[in-house]
Design a protein around this ligand. Structure first.
Ligand code: ZN
Length: 309
């Protein structure tokens, strides 16, 4: 399967529209040490045909339009996109669903809780039901292997997926009444995709107390992990927010218990940071933090990055 990074920034993209921090100001001014990025989005295209979006970023329309392999191939309507995996109900993960409303039958795979939040509590997403047949939501149990539909009949060579709990915080916008009913382990998941003995793990938000993600990341040939923040107090120290990284569901890269320290640097396979916030110093290729991350064996995702699994 082939994976393409359509967007590599955290929520709001890079630069953020109303942010005058040094990074955003420098990228607006054309500083070549920093690269503009759209909001985190990947697409996975199977050898057997059929492409799957992982989440639906607020930038999804422009991301699809700038990717020729995702263009329709015949009239009146067509898309190589077969379905969408959702890793959370965050605005960053679901807003782009509204850009897919032009009468296209699609399959959406998510935990039952994410489906309830998106579809039951936010009726604007019912616009997807206008397709004929309508968009089909699939409630996916966590920690269970399932076949990916477009990969054909299930056998050893078919593609399978699994949703792994990685965080227990539901988005702020979810009503108190619904929040009380939802199991915490269905709030934020990572996606494991596997074919034969090859495996990829995608988790743009690593929060909560679960440590399972480390086993999935270690055992994967390629992992794309939460590169949102360098420091836990980054939003506070840069003056653009009042909460720590951990309080909003992201383990920081540096410091005690940070991703760099927690992750075994000697593991084989590729490890790639994605969902990088505008405040993160690793965005500046001239920074010490960028060098530290690269020296520890990490790659930093960029819009247009591609690789095969
Ligand atoms: Zn900024």
């Amino acid at each position: 399967m082939r994976v393409r990074v359509l967007g590599s920034a955290a929520g709001g993209g890079f630069p953020q529209w109303n942010c005058a921090c040094p990074h955003c100001s420098r990228v607006r001014a054309g500083d070549l040490h920093l690269k503009a990025r759209t909001q985190a989005q990947i697409v996975v295209c199977l050898d057997e045909g059929g492409c799957y979006l992982v989440n639906a970023s607020p930038d999804l329309r422009s991301q699809i339009l700038s990717t020729p392999l995702l263009a329709p191939s015949h009239p009146p309507r067509h898309t190589p996109i077969s379905g969408i995996f959702l890793t959370s109900a965050d605005v960053d993960s679901v807003a782009g669903l509204l850009s897919l409303r032009e009468f296209q039958p699609l399959d959406i795979y998510a935990t039952a809780s994410v489906r309830r939040i998106v579809n039951d509590e936010n009726r604007i997403f019912r616009v997807l039901e206008r397709a004929n047949p309508p968009v089909c939501w699939h409630d996916v149990a966590v920690n269970t292997w399932l076949p990916v539909a477009a990969s054909g009949p299930s056998d050893e060579s078919s593609v399978r997926f699994r949703l792994v709990p990685v965080g227990n915080a539901y988005p702020d916008y979810v009503s108190e009444g619904l929040r009380r009913l939802l199991p915490p382990e269905e709030a934020v998941v990572g996606l494991v995709l596997a074919q034969g003995n090859k495996q990829m793990f995608y988790a743009p938000a690593l929060g909560g107390r679960s440590r399972d993600w480390k086993d999935w990341a270690r055992s994967s040939d390629i992992c794309l992990l939460d590169g949102t923040f360098w420091k836990d107090r980054e939003l506070i120290s840069t003056g653009v927010g009042s909460k720590t990284a951990r309080e909003i569901g992201h383990v920081p890269l540096s410091g005690a218990g940070g991703l760099l320290q927690e992750f075994d640097s000697a593991r084989p396979g590729r490890k790639i940071l994605i969902h990088i916030n505008n405040t993160n110093p690793v965005l500046d290729i001239g920074s010490l933090e960028h060098r530290e991350v690269r020296d520890a064996g990490w790659e930093i995702a960029y819009d247009g990055m591609e690789f095969d699994l």
